[in-house]
Write a protein that binds this ligand. Structure first.
Ligand code: SAM
Length: 279
């Protein structure tokens, strides 16, 4: 089954604004793993990395310094359009393809990354593709973060805001109950893909990476809208969607004591993990 939640210009344009990119220390950790089994070329770089389900390039661009060639693949034209607009690297290109059908020659890739997308793939087909593309010693790395961040109000750092995250979780559960497989994907990320069979040699599992950005409180509504399903749910169940979003807005107004959410500053922290496999 193909999941096309991100195949919309509206979702793609909000996605780039609100979703995080992996922190640089996460990428360094991957490169450190790669250097233990594959030597770089004389120019200090490896030949080719592929970022699958690349979205608008959140992880793809971070690989540019380490490889002669980086290719981001995604099935969403709108995501790739934004990736191309942001691309300032000669050695990075974006192409439309499913992860399962990447049209590259066998044994031609040293690193395959999948950031926040493995749960969408036909995993058996994708595993076969990974196995055929990777050089001996090459790495396959799945990267992820739970899409509900930790929130801290700047001028009230001790205020507990966990109930806002709980509302986003509840919303994902409601989407799930209305036929959109969202919570099930979020749970796969939350359990670090334990339920997915990845028949490769696991060489690292790290959960220590964080990225924090300063946002105003209306960010929370944008984050919900970046979850892809939000738009589809609105189209199919407009009254239900509007009633839930009003409840969430009221909760935000009560929590922050104002209707002017743009006046409230938050630190928004996402926690990333990586799981690396070696061929
Ligand atoms: C949650 S986004 C992650 C984007 C980006 N990697 C990031 O870290 O933010 C998931 C992406 O996977 C893409 N996707 C879903 N199924 C796919 C498949 N079978 N092959 C390639 N990309 C796929 C979607 O179009 C979407 O852009």
């Amino acid at each position: 089954m193909t999941h096309r939640q991100y195949d919309s210009t509206g979702v793609a344009s909000i996605y780039i604004e609100v979703r995080p990119s992996p922190p640089k220390d996460l990428i360094k950790s991957i490169i450190n793993q790669l250097s233990q089994s594959v030597n770089p070329n004389p120019n200090g770089k490896w030949s080719r990395a592929v970022d699958v389900g690349c979205g608008s390039g959140q992880a793809t661009f971070l690989l540019a310094d380490y490889f002669d060639q980086v290719i981001g693949y995604d099935i969403s034209e709108p995501q790739l359009q934004i990736a191309n607009q942001r691309n300032q690297f000669n050695n990075v290109t974006f192409k439309i393809s499913s992860g399962e059908g990447i049209p590259l020659e066998d044994n031609s890739v040293q690193l395959i990354t999948v950031c926040e997308a493995l749960h969408f793939f036909d995993i058996e087909k994708f595993n076969r593709k990974v196995d055929s593309l990777l050089n001996s010693g090459g790495l396959f790395v799945t990267i992820g973060y739970y899409p509900v961040p930790k929130l801290t109000q700047i001028d009230k750092p001790d205020l507990n805001l966990d109930h806002i995250g709980q509302s986003i979780d509840n919303l994902m559960q409601t989407w799930q109950e209305h036929g959109f497989p969202v919570k099930v994907f979020a749970d796969m990320i939350n359990t670090k893909y334990r339920c997915i069979n990845l028949p490769f040699e696991k060489v690292c599992h790290e959960e220590t990476f964080k990225t924090t950005s300063r946002r105003s409180a209306d960010y929370i509504i944008d984050l919900i809208n970046s979850l892809g399903t939000s738009e589809k749910f609105r189209e199919k169940f407009p009254e239900k969607e509007s009633s839930i979003m009003n409840q969430i807005l009221n909760q935000l107004h009560d929590t922050f004591g104002t209707k002017d959410l743009s006046s409230i500053q938050l630190d928004v922290t996402f926690e990333y993990f990586i799981i690396c496999f070696r061929k």
